[in-house]
Ligand binder design. Structure first.
Ligand SMILES: *Cc1c(COP(=O)(O)O)cnc(C)c1O
Length: 551
């Protein structure tokens, strides 16, 4: 054996060896990772001020290294290039997205899942983990649908049924739920083998429809567009109902639209209720929607990716009333269940529904088995249900209740600060823990207070808020996200909003106050330090953007 080859085999053996835990290199590597995590969590800024364009130079080599490398050299890359330039979403001043600090114990559970490398696609690669996954799904099913104990006793480990599925994210969960809805709406009957077998065209023809649609509000998550495309609907077949004054779906409009679809022979595959819209945190009137769905025999899906854990709160759970009537509902573990990224759950009120997406093969996902791969849209999957089970067990109902209540309380605190500060305008009273508002430049504050802002004024304010949010990310002391709302008190004009998501338990009133302070400073900075006087800014901004914001 040549020297080089033997070095390689030594390396390979070393890193596949059972004794690795006593290996000095591995111990050193583990310590360095621990240190790097701590240093990173304590870092002053949310991210470096290196522009993404300038970062690309470190990520342009596509040649796979020929020789194995040392852990040390890889650590140099992690510490030198990677970590300084990622985004510290755990920082309490990072209040911009639905991702924040998670409990430390997940690190070690993650180690277990990763190193033992189980695969929950089939019981032959998971065994007890399959049962654990079913149990975890049942726990959430019970939270949402509250069937009696006897139901859960019967179904929880009955291999013929499944109360839901674990998938890798909310998008996948929505896709799966609507896939179930579509297959159930166009299922087999005499002379027809079902949409799964015969496809959309024949299915619609068989049932006498011209077309198929899904209906929800204009604030539906964009995963609806992905699934419409996947399920053979097309984006134009997503019907978006306007919002009422409170920012939720207009139920009267919904009813009218459903009736119209029925009359024009369009199949409504599902009505989509949102329990916590991504942009505003608003919850639709799920009770009214459930009633309409029931009346017209339509699948009712509730996208509770964000809001489902509000059910833990005695104080706030009533805003989700109606979710128990959903045919399917989803929840993201990595959002308000505070789990690591990569786990979401689809729940089926009636476990039999799930059979509409059943697939079996000879070597796995066998028909008469517990194999989770039978129903899952995904195949091989990590045992992340351990995260879910651990979260529910270790944090418990009371723990989640506290987290939810605190988020909503602090969001109300932020909304109050905004209402008492002329430099900002609250766009909508927060119903949960997402606050939407915007910065108002000094010159327009009087007009804003009097409700006299013109289209042109709003146009300028839009642009300033865009620049402000970019600059805030760049400066990296505090962070919130931004979006555009199509429907606000300003009518049909697009309004650029700043969006604070208050879910990090480590964020206190202090961080919330500092957020507004920081934004006021940045507002001043962009309007003065860049040496524009206000009328010039307006002129400049007008030139930059055309009629983008006018519908
Ligand atoms: C986040 C979210 C989703 C999608 O979740 P991902 O995990 O990002 O795929 C779907 N619906 C709503 C309302 C969400 O907030």
């Amino acid at each position: 054996m040549s020297e080089e080859k033997s070095e390689v085999s030594e390396f390979i053996n070393k890193y596949f060896s059972y004794c690795y835990q006593n290996d000095q290199d591995i111990i050193a590597f583990q310590n360095k990772i621990d240190k790097a995590i701590h240093a990173y969590l304590d870092s002053e800024k949310i991210s470096s001020d290196v522009l993404l364009e300038n970062l690309t130079q470190h990520f342009v080599n596509s040649d796979i290294p020929t020789q194995p490398a040392s852990l040390d050299s890889y650590m140099d890359f992690i510490n030198g290039i990677l970590l300084p330039n990622i985004v510290n979403v755990c920082k309490p001043s990072y209040l911009g997205h639905m991702t924040s600090m998670i409990p430390v114990f997940y690190q070690y559970l993650g180690q277990l899942i990763t190193q033992l490398n189980m695969n929950v696609v089939k019981t032959e690669t998971s065994k007890a983990l399959t049962l654990l996954e079913r149990q975890s799904i049942a726990m959430l099913h019970r939270l949402v649908f509250q069937y009696p104990e006897s139901f859960y006793q019967k179904c929880i480990q009955d291999q013929k049924t499944n109360m839901g599925l674990i998938v890798s994210g909310g998008t996948m969960a929505n896709i799966t739920a609507l896939w179930i809805a579509r297959n159930n709406a166009l299922k087999e009957d005499s002379g027809f083998r079902g949409v799964q077998a015969e496809g959309m065209q024949k299915a619609l023809k068989h049932y006498g429809y011209h077309d198929a649609v899904i209906i929800g509000s204009g604030l539906m998550h964009y995963s609806m567009e992905k699934l419409a495309s996947l399920l053979g609907l097309g984006l134009e077949n997503i019907i978006k109902i306007k919002l009422n004054e409170s920012g939720a779906i207009d139920a009267d409009e919904l009813r009218k639209t459903v009736v119209h679809c029925k009359e024009s022979k369009k199949l409504v595959i599902a009505i989509i209720g949102i329990a916590g819209t991504t942009e505003t945190g608003k919850v639709d009137d799920l009770q009214s929607m459930a009633k309409i769905a029931k009346e017209y025999n339509i699948h009712f899906h509730v996208d509770a990716a964000w809001g489902c854990p509000i059910l833990f709160s005695d104080k706030h759970k009533d805003i989700l009333k109606g979710i128990e009537s959903a045919d399917t509902a989803i929840v993201c573990g990595h959002k308000q269940l505070y789990l690591p990224q990569g786990i979401s759950v689809v729940l089926c009120k009636n476990p039999e529904q799930i059979d509409s997406i059943k697939f079996a093969t000879r070597y796995q996902a066998r028909k008469e088995s517990f194999d989770l791969g039978k129903h899952s849209p995904e195949g091989s999957r990590p045992a992340f249900s351990l995260f879910l089970h651990a979260g529910l067990s270790l944090i418990g109902k009371k723990g989640y209740e506290y987290l939810i209540d605190e988020g909503i309380r602090k969001a109300a605190y932020l909304a109050d600060l905004i209402k008492n500060n002329d430099a900002f305008e609250l766009i909508e009273e927060p119903q949960t823990n997402i606050v939407v508002y915007r910065f108002i430049p000094e010159e327009l504050r009087e007009k804003c207070k009097k409700g006299m802002l013109t289209f042109e004024d709003n146009y300028v304010i839009n642009s300033i808020n865009e620049v402000l949010q970019d600059e805030q990310f760049h400066q990296g002391r505090t962070f919130i996200s931004r979006s555009i709302l199509r429907q606000t008190s300003y009518g049909d004009m697009d309004i650029v909003i700043l969006r604070a998501v208050i879910s990090n338990p480590m964020a206190t009133e202090k961080e919330i106050e500092e957020l507004l302070q920081d934004q006021m400073e940045i507002g001043r900075y962009i309007l003065t330090k860049r040496q524009f006087s206000f009328p010039e800014v307006i002129k400049l901004l007008y030139q930059q953007t055309s009629s983008y914001y006018r519908q």
